[in-house]
Design a protein. Structure first.
Length: 105
């Protein structure tokens, strides 16, 4: 369980570091696909180089999964709290989560 949390954290850190350059390269390569940059122009070679750099990045296709920050559970995670449904329920019952109350009829 801990190894999946460690791997996920490693992917998140790397994506945070390379996000800006990734978005720039993606925008450059998108211009070629949109037809804004011609293939005969020198800018076409820039777009080709950008797409090659995108392909070389191993984390380009990495999917960041939402995981519980407490347990590492991968399913049933609330985005707002970054916790699994089980830990959200426990925290709400103890009063540790702000603006959350138990609903009872």
């Amino acid at each position: 369980m801990r190894s999946s949390v460690t791997i996920d954290q490693k992917h998140r850190n790397h994506v945070m570091k390379t996000e800006k350059s990734y978005l720039i390269l993606k925008a450059i390569s998108q211009h070629q696909n949109d037809g804004l940059v011609g293939k005969s122009s020198p800018q076409g070679s820039i777009a080709d180089a950008a797409s090659i750099l995108l392909d070389r990045n191993p984390f380009t296709r990495t999917k960041i999964r939402r995981r519980c920050v407490v347990t590492g559970r991968g399913k049933g995670v609330y985005r707002r709290f970054k916790r699994s449904r089980i830990k959200v329920r426990e925290g709400a019952l103890r009063g540790h989560l702000a603006c959350v109350r138990k609903v009872s009829f």
